[in-house]
Ligand binder design. Structure first.
Ligand SMILES: Nc1ncnc2c1ncn2[C@@H]1O[C@H](COP(=O)(O)OP(=O)(O)O)[C@@H](O)[C@H]1O
Ligand SMILES: [Mg+2]
Length: 329
């Protein structure tokens, strides 16, 4: 297997605070990799070290088999779209997109051809002579993307590029971005704190925790088979329920189950309904068990204050925060 990008045991500290902690990650050619983690987890720092504007304290970055760890940013041929877009406010759209080509000394004709091409692809051809300060959020995002794409680099890093857009525009931009990446066949590393983006964009998702990748795989795998309680709690619209308990004859001291992995019935675990929320796929019942909040999904509506019973159709067993076994179907 040849990888487009290999990150090997990256280390980064700010003072005594370790932000990247032996972080390793391999990204395949043409892959849409989403790095997912809550804010403050080091996502931007990770991208900044890969593009070369933040020095590393340790580790190795390999692009197309070449060790680029000590190369300056302009020799890495990696493009980055920053969260705030970082457009040049005193230039119009055309000049913003043309800028990276001008920096590498492309001719006027080549620049003109490439700028028009990418502006067409991203549907901003009409705005080429507008000043960037007059653009909407969605248009700014396209210009930032166009500026990154125009150079045809080896790798694209995108730092939460949709987070400044309002919900409707964000939804459309997400679809377009995924389509564009598939059409062009580029390798994308996209960081976000937003699970919906991870779910809808990623070929694979790398979950960041404590400075390294805690689990990597297609979103559905992370959802169905979280390998740690942390991933189980972080992934999903509702966190996985994690309760103290053990299964007779099995290792492990905690049991994890998704709200939808239960059956309502006449026996099993009893709980008191504290909230009942209607959803597309039934009703979510919220309650507490041993002082911990718990959510299950059932088919029937229940009155607040009533009691009900459920059994587990499927569950995971964890020990020392690691998944040891998975049961049921
Ligand atoms: N230049 C810096 N100097 C000191 N601390 C920093 C610097 N950049 C980032 N940090 C710290 O590193 C941690 C990770 O930041 P960041 O990479 O921006 O996280 P994310 O992008 O996941 O929100 C945060 O605690 C942040 O305060
Ligand atoms: Mg960030």
């Amino acid at each position: 297997m040849t990888y487009k990008l290999q990150l090997q045991e990256l280390e980064k500290k700010f003072g005594s605070k370790s932000v990247l902690n032996r972080l390793s990650l391999d990204v395949e050619e043409g892959e849409f990799m989403v790095v997912l983690g809550p804010s403050g987890m080091g996502k931007s720092t990770l991208l900044r070290t890969v593009v070369g504007i933040e020095p590393l304290d340790g580790g190795k970055i390999v692009v197309d088999g070449e060790d680029v760890t000590r190369l300056p940013p302009h020799k890495r041929n990696i493009a980055m779209v920053f969260q705030n877009y970082a457009l040049y406010p005193n230039m119009n759209v055309y000049k913003n997109i043309a800028f990276p080509l001008k920096m590498i000394g492309e001719s006027r004709d080549v620049i003109d051809k490439k700028v028009n091409e990418i502006a067409g692809t991203l549907k901003i051809a009409d705005a080429l002579h507008q000043n960037v300060t007059t653009l909407s959020g969605g248009q700014k995002q396209r210009v930032a993307l166009a500026r990154a794409l125009v150079r045809n680099p080896k790798l694209f890093l995108l730092d939460e590029p949709l987070s400044n857009l309002d919900a409707r525009v964000r939804y459309d931009a997400r679809q377009e971005l995924r389509k564009l990446q598939q059409e062009l066949g580029h390798t994308f590393i996209y960081v976000t704190h937003d699970q919906t983006e991870a779910q809808s964009l990623a070929d694979r998702v790398a979950v960041l925790h404590n400075g390294s990748v805690e689990q990597i795989g297609p979103y559905d795998d992370l959802y169905e088979r979280p390998e740690t309680t942390w991933v189980g709690s972080f992934i999903g619209e509702y966190p996985m329920n994690i309760i103290d308990g053990s299964v007779i004859g099995r290792e492990g001291s905690q049991i994890g189950f998704r709200p939808s992995w239960v059956n309502e019935g006449n026996d099993g675990i009893q709980l008191t309904v504290q909230l009942c929320q209607a959803a597309e796929s039934g009703f979510f019942i919220m309650s507490t068990m041993d002082g911990k909040s718990i959510t299950i999904r059932v088919q029937k509506r229940h009155k607040i204050g009533s009691t009900m019973k459920f059994s587990l159709r499927r569950y995971n067993v964890y020990t020392d925060n690691r998944l040891v076994e998975e049961f049921g179907k």
